[in-house]
Every structure is written in structure tokens, then in C-alpha cells.
Design a protein around this ligand. Structure first.
Ligand code: SF4
Length: 285
């Protein structure tokens, strides 16, 4: 079996940073307890379990961030790498909670740019996936942000302002977003477009897109992870037989008959050891 490991692998800078901040918190004996994670710190269940095993309480991702904050009366809350809206940060602050913020700098930059645009009375169109935590954080900045997830949403836009700023979630597909930007530009020719798909997402998608044809491409990552799911979409769009798995357990029953070449890529929140285990397993088939 020929195995091609598609680089880059391992955590992106934003994920590394969020994990390091949380690890430091666990070492701090003066930290106000209990420590709550305001939804998953990053989208990887293996990493989240490693923190909950050390005593951090995970607030259920099914709740809204506001409901999570309502549940906490004392101690420390950790804002995930996906960010939190300024209104909810303020709410947590007023409750007297100790706030530890692991928002990825790429996400923080989008918040800053949108706030600047709104101050200048500019309408904002934001391309993102409904209900994703990064998107919820951004939409909480102002009621004047128009969320767009597909072409129908663009058709339904009814903006009369001459000044429109358009930006997007950091982990979308670099290939799919172009048509949405083109469609917005067609409808509002004077818009300012500021594509904010992050570097980590971009380079991984390009590497997966440019890979040579293989019999099977394995994408490793959590099914909740946006950048992981987009790697799956990019590889499938090339007509490559592709599977998305969380760990070695998910391929133990996979039929490798007629599979001679395998490539392997992983999301920006996937620990490297999971990929290494899968490679070792395949080597021994
Ligand atoms: S994928 Fe991009 S935006 Fe998300 S944490 Fe990593 S660097 Fe930040």
C-alpha cells in the first residue's frame, strides 16, 4: 500500500494557542474555580475529553452561549477559539465571572473590522454557516450584519445602503466562496470584499485539492470541525473516493480490498497522534 501524508498536519496556530492557554490555566493554583468551558474550546472531542478529565466543566454545545453564561454564577469561563460576541462578554463580566479568552487572532481581526465598518454606518454582509459558534459570535456584534450562507440568501438581500463591507467565516471552502462573492458583487457592484478565510484553512485545502489521484483519501478530524468538513468536500469535489473519520476506530471495518494508494489529511484541530496511529494501522494491512 502506498500512503501519502498530505502536509501540513497538526494543530494550526489558533488551536495551539487555545490549548496552551487552557493548560496554563490548569497549572494556576490561584485560578477561580470552578472552571467552565463555554462550549467546545476547539472542535475535537479527544482534546475536550483530556480537559474535562482534568476537572474543566464543559457547557453543552447544544445550548446558546447566552444560556451557558446564565448557568454560571461564579468561577472562570473559557471563551473558545471561535470567539464570543461583545454583548455576551459584557454580560459575563457584569456577572463577576473571571474570563479567559482563547479567541483565535484571525477571528478577533474579523470582529474588529466589522465593528469599524458598523461605526462608519456601513452595512455588513457576512458569509458563514448558520449556528456555527464563530458565526454566532460575529452576528452578536450588531443587528446590522446580514448572514449569507448560499445563493438564495443573496437573492433575498435588500440593502439600500451604498456602503457595504463583505467578509466571511475563517474556515469556509476557498473554492466555494468565490461564486458567492461573484454573486454579491453582481448584485452590489460597489461592495468592499475582504476574504478572511485563514491561512491554515487555505493551505490545507490547496494541498488536498492539488494531490495526485489516489484510490482513497482519508480526512481525519471531528465531524463538528468546519475546516475538517471542508477538506472532505474539497477532496470529494475532485472525484476522489474520500472518507472523513475521527480516529482509527472508524476504519477498523473498512474494506481495503482494491485500495492500493491512500492519502491522508487532517483538520487544523486534529492531534497528530491520531493521524500517526491511522498510518501505522494502514501500513500493517
Ligand atoms: S482554523 Fe484558522 S481561524 Fe480557526 S483556529 Fe485555526 S488559524 Fe484560527
Amino acid at each position: 500500500m502506498i500512503i501519502k501524508k498530505i502536509e501540513p498536519q497538526g494543530f494550526c496556530g489558533g488551536v495551539k494557542r487555545a490549548i496552551e492557554i487552557t493548560n496554563k490555566l490548569l497549572e494556576d493554583k490561584y485560578i477561580e474555580k470552578p472552571i467552565y468551558m463555554l462550549g467546545s474550546l476547539i472542535h475535537n472531542a479527544h482534546i475536550i475529553s483530556s480537559f474535562t478529565e482534568k476537572g474543566i466543566i464543559l457547557l453543552d454545545d447544544k445550548l446558546t452561549k447566552e444560556e451557558m453564561i446564565n448557568m454560571v454564577d461564579s468561577g472562570t469561563i473559557i471563551i473558545s477559539a471561535h470567539g464570543l460576541s461583545p454583548k455576551l462578554k459584557e454580560k459575563a463580566f457584569k456577572k463577576g465571572l473571571n474570563i479567559v479568552d482563547t479567541t483565535c487572532p484571525y477571528v478577533e481581526l474579523i470582529h474588529t473590522k466589522i465593528k469599524d465598518a458598523i461605526k462608519k454606518n456601513t452595512d455588513v454582509i457576512y458569509i458563514g454557516t448558520k449556528s456555527h459558534p464563530e458565526v454566532c459570535g460575529v452576528l452578536g456584534i450588531s443587528d446590522n450584519i446580514h448572514l449569507v450562507s448560499n445563493e438564495d440568501d443573496i437573492n433575498n438581500l435588500n440593502i439600500t445602503n451604498d456602503k457595504i463591507y463583505v467578509t466571511n467565516q475563517t474556515t469556509l471552502s476557498i473554492y466555494d466562496i468565490k461564486s458567492l462573492y461573484d454573486k454579491i458583487k453582481e448584485k452590489y457592484p460597489n461592495v468592499i470584499i475582504d476574504n478572511k478565510i485563514c491561512q491554515a484553512t487555505t493551505v490545507r485545502q490547496e494541498a488536498v485539492y492539488n494531490q495526485e489521484k489516489v484510490d482513497l483519501c482519508i480526512i481525519v478530524g471531528d465531524k463538528l470541525s468546519s475546516n475538517t468538513k471542508k477538506l472532505y468536500t474539497v477532496s470529494s469535489s475532485r472525484g476522489i473516493n474520500t472518507i472523513l473519520i475521527d480516529s482509527i476506530e472508524d476504519i477498523k471495518n473498512y474494506d481495503f480490498k482494491n485500495i492500493n494508494t491512500v492519502s491522508i489529511s487532517s483538520g487544523a484541530s486534529t492531534p497528530s497522534y491520531l493521524v500517526d496511529e491511522i498510518i501505522e494501522y494502514i501500513k500493517n494491512i
